[in-house]
Design a protein around this ligand. Structure first.
Ligand code: FE2
Length: 219
């Protein structure tokens, strides 16, 4: 299976191409348009990945987007409502971006790439986990991601297995360790080619603020 991963419309737009669980190519758009942290749709990075793999877009089985955009939009709107009217200025400055670019990812993919299948939206922390697990040398790994905030989650933990799927739980914001710095996104992968991940002492039950996001990478 060939999967093309895309991130854009926030910062560091990029693309990655994975064939049967192996990373074939990955690149940030800033390397091509020379705009530091470039947020635009990464068409040049995508073309680079395809050329490195020696394939066309028509040979790609799935396109995965790095977060569940509609969930993030929901959280953003609710945050604006909760802080109203103090959020008015931010609301007016960000909503055009949401309507013009972020909520139109599927349309942009079809328009720019002529890719007809539905885009798969991956949970933000799953994307961070995948970005460490797929390039790692491990068949199984324990995973911890801590970020400012994804859709709602600010931390996730769990394991990824030989089938290259992941099972994680996550904590929703706010938590003592979440939302500290919007740009902080350390991800830790620890594992081995044996069953070390299974022996990791994960909590048997999650805290009331946590939710399960187990399953395939884009479930
Ligand atoms: Fe992040």
């Amino acid at each position: 299976m060939i999967v093309l991963g895309i991130s854009c419309y926030y910062h560091d737009a990029s693309a990655a191409l994975i064939r049967d669980g192996e990373v074939i190519a990955a690149a940030q758009e800033e390397r091509f348009d020379r705009d530091r942290y470039s947020p635009v749709f990464p068409i040049q990075a995508i073309n680079y990945c395809l050329s490195q793999a020696g394939i066309t877009i028509y040979e790609v089985d799935e396109i995965a987007f790095y977060e569940k955009m509609y969930l993030k939009f929901e959280r953003t709107v609710l945050s604006h409502i909760a802080g109203w009217p103090y959020t008015l200025a931010n609301f007016l400055s960000t909503m055009p971006l949401w309507l013009k670019d972020r909520l139109a990812v599927s349309f942009t993919v079809e328009e720019e790439l002529r890719f007809k299948k539905p885009v798969k939206y991956v949970k933000h922390h799953m994307s961070h986990a995948a970005s460490c697990f797929f390039p790692s040398p491990f068949d199984q790994a324990a995973i911890l991601t801590v970020d400012g905030v994804g859709e709602y989650a600010c931390a996730a933990w769990g394991s990824a297995g030989a089938t290259r799927s992941a099972s994680t739980r996550s904590c929703t914001t706010p938590t003592p360790w979440g939302c500290s710095t919007p740009s902080s996104r350390p991800t830790l992968v620890s594992g081995s080619s044996r069953a070390r991940a299974r022996s990791w002492p994960w909590p048997s039950t999650a805290s009331p603020a946590s939710t399960s996001i187990s399953g395939a990478w884009w479930s």
